[in-house]
Design a protein around this ligand. Structure first.
Ligand SMILES: [Zn+2]
Length: 143
């Protein structure tokens, strides 16, 4: 199931009160407007209710896990649009390229500014599809 379809079912579940949003974060117990974190996009109504900060951390962990799983079978079976569902953070890109994090951040912001990379923003965090890794590695602009 693709991510958008998962969110569509999740949002309908909330509207129809099939699932109910609690008042506190399941991880840190903070009282706030929590969001549903999907551990598995194939289970749209199974979520962990998390505050903004815990949600960001949980998303990176899940994306890292998906990335690791997909890398294991990258040789043959992956379709391009499946690959596109895997998004990761600047930290994860730095880890993979062995380039210092502040350099990665700079290159990403330049590539974004020039319209050369696709990104999605979650709160204050940008996430990127795998194709960005090579663009960061091969970056040849001013630094
Ligand atoms: Zn929390």
């Amino acid at each position: 199931m693709i991510q958008q379809e998962c969110y569509r079912i999740y949002n309908k579940g909330l509207r129809d009160r099939v699932i109910k949003r609690p008042d506190t974060c399941a991880n840190c117990d903070r009282l706030c407007k929590v969001a549903g974190h999907h551990i598995d996009y194939n289970k749209p109504l199974t979520v962990e209710w998390l505050c903004h900060r815990c949600h960001g951390e949980a998303d990176s962990r899940r994306n890292q896990r998906i990335w690791n799983e997909r890398m294991d079978k990258l040789d043959s079976t992956l379709l391009p649009d499946e690959l596109d569902e895997i998004m990761f953070t600047a930290e994860q890109i730095a880890e993979r390229t062995d380039i210092k994090i502040h350099t990665v951040r700079y290159r990403l912001s330049e590539l974004r500014r020039e319209g050369k990379v696709k990104s999605q923003q979650f709160g204050t965090t940008y996430v990127y599809p795998p194709s960005v890794v090579d663009k960061v590695k091969d970056y040849s602009g001013k630094e």
